[in-house]
Structure formats: C-alpha cells, structure tokens
Design a binder for this molecule. Sequence first.
Ligand SMILES: Nc1ncnc2c1ncn2[C@@H]1O[C@H](COP(=O)(O)OP(=O)(O)OP(=O)(O)O)[C@@H](O)[C@H]1O
Ligand SMILES: [Mg+2]
Length: 393
Amino acid sequence: MKIALYCLQAATAADARTLLESLPGASVSVATGDARALEQLAAGNPDVLLCEAAPGSHTVAALARVSASRPPLTPMLLSRAPTPELLIEAMRAGVREVLPLPLDRVTVAAALERLRVQAQTVPGRHGKVLAFIPCKGGSGATFLATNLAWTLAQAPDNARVLLVDLHLQFGDAALFLTSETPPSNLAQLVHNTDRLDAALLSSSLLWLTPRLGVLASADDLGAGLEIQPGQVEALLALARQEFDFVVLDLGRTLDPVTVKALDAADRIYPVLQATLPFVRDSRRLLDAFQSLGYPNERVSLIVNRASKHGDIRQQDIERSLGRDIAYSVPNNYPLVASSVNQGLPLAKLAPSSPVVQALGQIATDLKPQADKPASWWQRLRLGGRNETVAAKA
Ligand SMILES: Nc1ncnc2c1ncn2[C@@H]1O[C@H](COP(=O)(O)OP(=O)(O)OP(=O)(O)O)[C@@H](O)[C@H]1O
Ligand SMILES: [Mg+2]
C-alpha cells in the first residue's frame, strides 16, 4: 500500500515514518511544509494520505482540494488534539479516519486494514437488514443481535457487518461486545442527515474488527426521542450500500422509528422464551406484524433460553402461535452472563458452546452457501468432528 505522510513538523514526520515503514507491505513518502508540499505529495498517487492538521490551520482546506481532485485517494487526519470544529471540517474534506498523534501501531494497522476491506466494496451492494425484536423485555434479543453480528463478521466470505442499536432510550448493545467507548452515536449521526454519507457513517462507528462496525444508541434520553423515522430510513438506505449485513437491535415498543426499521428489514427475528407471558406477548406482536402487512416468510421466530425440561414444549408454542419456530437457542445462564458482564462475544469465550453453534446456524442460513452439507461455521468450530448442530428447530 502506498502511504503518503504529511506532518507539520519534521520530528513528528520522522517518528510516524518509522512506525509506518514497519507495517508489512507499506511504502511511505513524506512531506512537511506548506500546502504546496501537501499537493506535491498527493501527486505521487498514494492509496492513502495521512495528513496532520491543527485546529484553525489551512491544511484541511488543502486536504479537501487534494482529495476532491484525486478520488481514489483516501485521506486520514492526524491530530494531537482534535477539536469538534476540526473534526467537522475534516469530515467535510472527505476524511474517513482520524488517528491520534503520536501514532499507535495497532490503531494505524486497524485503520489501514479497514481501508483494504473497504476497497473490496462491491459496487451497488444491497446488504440485508436483519431486525431483532424482543417479544417481551429481557428475552435476549440484544444478546442474539450482537452475537449474530459478530458471527457474521467472522465468516471467511469477507462480509462487512454493521450493528445498529436502535433502542431510542437505554440502548446497551455495544456493551455486549466491547468495553470501548463509541466515537459517536445514532442521535449524533442522524442529526447530520443532510450530510450523511459513507465517510460520516464510517467515522461514527466503533470498529470492533475491520469488518464489524457498531453504531451505538443515543447516550442522552432526550436526543434519542428526537430521532425521526425518515432519518432512520436514510441511514438504513446508506448502510445497505456499505455493508452486507445490517443487524438492528430494536426495543420492544412499536413506535414510528421501530416500525420504519421493521419496514426496511429483509428478515425480522422476534425473540421469545418458552413461558406463558412470552407466548402471550408474541401473539400480540405477530398480530401487529400482520396488521403492518409483513409476510410470514419475512418473520423467523427464535425461542431463546430453550430447555428440554420446560413446562411448555416447542410444539405447544407453535400450536398457540400458529407459526413454526425457526430457531431455538439453548439456555446457558452462566456462560451468557459471563459474556455479557465481560463485554465479550460469546464465541470468544466459549467457541464450541451450543449457544454459539445455534448462532452459527442462523448465520449460515443467511449466507448463500447455506445448502451445503457442512457449513463454514460447522467446519470452523467443530474442526471437522462429526457433531450435529441441533439449533434449527
Ligand atoms: N441463551 C441464553 N442463555 C442464558 N441467558 C441468556 C441467554 N440469552 C440471553 N440471556 C440473558 O438474558 C439477559 C437479557 O438479555 P437481553 O438484554 O439480550 O434481552 P433483551 O430482549 O434485549 O431485553 P430488553 O427488552 O431490555 O431490550 C442477558 O443479560 C443474559 O444474561
Ligand atoms: Mg435489548
């Protein structure tokens, strides 16, 4: 990868150059000085331009000119103390990533890897929107949505996955996978609908891997309630172009934003448990889906925390709801609680647990090779052992 590095001072450039040259496959050219030096640097047709800017300097304007005249070039901003004004200016200049100075090897390598993955973006991509909704509070919808997003992004088919926390209040999806703080959130992003584009979306995400971005929920209760259905519609339309899978973690209230998200979903996964209150509320939710005109084929029921010893059997639920259960995910409270409490995907903690296998089955069914006898997930996790995945009901 051809990397161009522009710094305000020679000492900063020397340190950053040493780090960049230690990355495999990187060829680095460097400039310091005025805007002309930046333009000359870009004339060498690098793949990526790392450009240091200070708040209030003219560098960002020069960067905007340079990146507009050379579309394949990806600009990234380097800054010791990025102010909100500098960040907004940089976004307008088409900056996809902001890297803090002094550069950190892991952060830079991850940003460049994201860029490499981005370059593989299929033009006209039309990602699938998958909506998880609890039939009743605490059903496990967030656990399943977050861990399915992780599973889909681990597949060897290079799928790009976006997880969106669409709880307008008290969203906590990001915390199921990480303890890192998200750089932005849904409310802040959609507030800027008039300049919503791929660069702004990408920079608003917490990237857990080069293929998995998380858009956190609003961190302020009032801001969450100001989100409009049209803003969510615009966000999902953009997300489909940028990602292969867009996993939505929804709240249980059928408010206008949630309905807009459900309208956009290619598949809706209502999550219930095998107890009477859950079955009763599932009935109500399915009736609401019928009124909203969602065809049955778009809805895949998941029974979470399933156990062979429960009072209510799967057949009883199916008879009561008049629908087949698509998946049942086993109950394992200690393991799942440990994953949730540590903020780690369960697949990292217990890769061969039946809960992870059940998630693998859902993921496999969403991939084109689903009809193959042994799925990628089974081959990966079971190492070729002859075990059956009993997740699909
Ligand atoms: N398969 C499982 N086995 C055991 N425990 C589980 C399982 N799935 C989820 N849980 C537990 O249920 C708790 C609630 O899950 P989660 O927050 O995902 O539910 P939810 O449906 O999203 O709830 P809310 O209505 O608050 O959005 C989790 O913290 C976890 O401890
Ligand atoms: Mg939830």
